[in-house]
Ligand binder design. Structure first.
Ligand SMILES: Cc1cc2nc3c(=O)[nH]c(=O)nc-3n(C[C@H](O)[C@H](O)[C@H](O)COP(=O)(O)OP(=O)(O)OC[C@H]3O[C@@H](n4cnc5c(N)ncnc54)[C@H](O)[C@@H]3O)c2cc1C
Length: 496
């Protein structure tokens, strides 16, 4: 039993069953633990399992959700929640962009969802379907034991005797040689002051990802939506789907609304790398100039922004850290609304609501809120006005969520890893500091080769790393890095 490294009884097979199976972990079989089984974690597991052939490590993914590959984005049953990038660009294979689309066509998976296919032929199916696709790729690997799903949340990670000791919320402990952190999005939470003031109100929705969160809202309710990004758009579309017809106000600091897709696909336009910008200001000037040049050729801004996104990694590398911070501070809201585009079906719902006077978009902030009887009375501070507005609402929905800059406070084990010198915040405030090899960097600026960061939490180093195409590429990259580390360790062991 001493050479059995797997101590996690939460994994479906028991330790003794594993010992009897051909997948018996021996002292030579390294263990890779992936914490978080959304697209990032599942993607790392998938590519790692395929990268190693016969010499596979034991790959364990910790994920409390029922299935791997869904995560926050694709674990939704709400029919109004659609992918916001055409299916043809979403895939778990970095070298086969069309796999998801082909998967859909092969099983006619949108037959009962006629709205999924747009007049131009592009597919924007429900988000759950993408989760089905990723889960279907993982299924054979789970069945043959190449990947194991430990259905639990990790609560503690510490370095002990040259390995990682991982405890989960079922009380089980597992030892691993390499850990990849892929927990990405912290659970949504209302800003502290609002949460305290409105906690007792029956129609205060602080976490829209909870199943049935919007069911408390009645058809005629006056609703205040705090935030105006893609989650706000999801909420407004979901309410409409459920027959809500009351007025909705969406408030965000700048009142910016996520832009839609171009009516027809646009070619990539611009070159931001030959003479890469070294400051936020020159990058912005370059993008503006490219948009003018593109328009002169009949190409919309979409082609330029998509090119910035495609060249995003190298572009980001060329910027000094202070300029990256400047970019995040001043330009991020504008970047986000152009880069995260709204699904056409959702855009149509919002346009219709605005045209009918049911949806108002406000630039400003919520200065004060209190419960008065059944109502929530808010003092709203419009961005360019001195006078605040007093408004009453029947329901308040928060769609802002905590920033990734606060990630270390969202889970005690992350904070503990930071305290013990293995993790630190990235200087741009976008997530966790890591090297170009995605190895975690602690407060002493020392990299830890056996602790990797996968997915959006590595954005501070890799730049644009939020949309699915980049998340997939990064998962593949992290899997390749882990496979190379394991190969090297094996070669060293054989030599020694
Ligand atoms: C609502 C939403 C919709 C999106 N829609 C699109 C889209 O249509 N197109 C597109 O290109 N991009 C989209 N994105 C962006 C992108 O696809 C996602 O950000 C991407 O799926 C990120 O996946 P992830 O695995 O890195 O993170 P997450 O989805 O956040 O997954 C992290 C997982 O970690 C688990 N976890 C957290 N803590 C622990 C713990 N302690 N122990 C074990 N597990 C833990 C969580 O349960 C979760 O499942 C969307 C993002 C969101 C949030």
């Amino acid at each position: 039993m001493s050479n059995v490294r797997l101590l996690c009884s939460g994994i479906e097979a028991t330790v003794s069953a594993i010992m009897q199976s051909k997948l018996l972990p021996t002292s030579e079989q390294p263990v890779v633990a992936i914490i978080g089984g959304g697209v990032s974690g599942a993607g790392v597991a998938y590519h790692l399992a395929r990268a190693n052939g016969g010499d596979a490590p034991l790959i364990v993914v910790f994920e409390p959700r029922a299935e791997l590959g869904r995560g926050l984005a694709y674990d939704t049953d709400d029919p109004a929640h659609r992918i916001n990038v055409p299916a043809a660009k979403m895939s778990l294979q970095p070298d086969d962009q069309g796999e998801f689309q082909a998967w859909i066509e092969a099983r006619d998976a949108v037959a009962c969802d006629p709205q999924a296919r747009r007049p131009d032929g592009l597919l924007f199916p429900r988000r759950r379907l993408f989760g089905d696709y990723v889960a279907s790729l993982l299924k054979p690997l789970l069945e043959d034991g190449s990947v194991r799903h430990c259905r639990a949340a990790v609560t503690h990670v510490e370095r002990r005797d040259g390995r990682w000791s991982i405890r989960d919320d079922k009380g089980d402990v597992m030892q691993a040689d390499i850990v990849a952190i892929a927990t990405s999005h912290p659970p949504p939470a209302a800003p502290g002051r609002l949460a305290t003031r409105l906690a007792g109100h029956p129609r205060f929705v602080a976490d829209t990802t909870k199943p049935g969160a919007l069911e408390v809202i009645r058809p005629q309710d006056r609703v205040l939506v705090i935030g105006n990004g893609l989650t706000a758009a999801d909420v407004i579309a979901s309410l409409a789907e459920r027959g809500h017809h009351g007025p909705v106000t969406a408030i965000s600091r700048r009142g910016l609304r996520s832009r839609g897709h171009a009516p027809v696909p646009q070619p990539l336009f611009g070159d931001f790398l030959s003479d890469a910008a070294r400051s936020a200001v020159s990058l912005l000037a370059g993008i503006r100039a490219a948009i003018h040049a593109a328009e002169a050729q009949g190409i919309s801004w979409h082609g330029v922004i998509d090119q910035v996104r495609a060249q995003g990694h190298d572009l980001w590398q060329a910027l000094p850290v202070a300029e990256r911070c400047r970019l995040v501070r001043h330009l991020r809201p504008y970047w986000d609304v152009h880069r995260f585009r709204i699904a056409p079906q959702v855009e149509a719902v919002l346009d219709e609501a605005i045209a009918a006077g049911r949806l108002e978009i406000l630039a400003g902030s919520v200065a004060e809120a209190r419960i008065e009887g059944e109502l929530v009375v808010c003092s709203l501070q419009p961005r360019y006005r001195r006078q605040s507005l007093q408004q009453s609402y029947d329901a308040v929905v928060v769609t802002t969520g905590p920033a990734h800059g606060g990630i270390l406070e969202t889970q005690p084990w992350l904070a503990a890893l930071a305290a013990s010198g293995y993790l630190s915040l990235d200087l741009t405030g976008l997530g966790l500091a890591c090297t170009e090899h995605s190895e975690a960097i602690g407060a002493s600026r020392k990299a830890e080769p056996s602790l990797l960061i996968s997915g959006p939490l590595a954005r501070g180093t890799f730049g644009e790393l939020m949309g699915l195409p980049q998340v997939t590429e990064h998962a593949f990259f992290v899997a390749t890095e882990i496979a190379a580390k394991l190969r090297l360790a094996r070669a060293n062991t054989q030599r020694g």
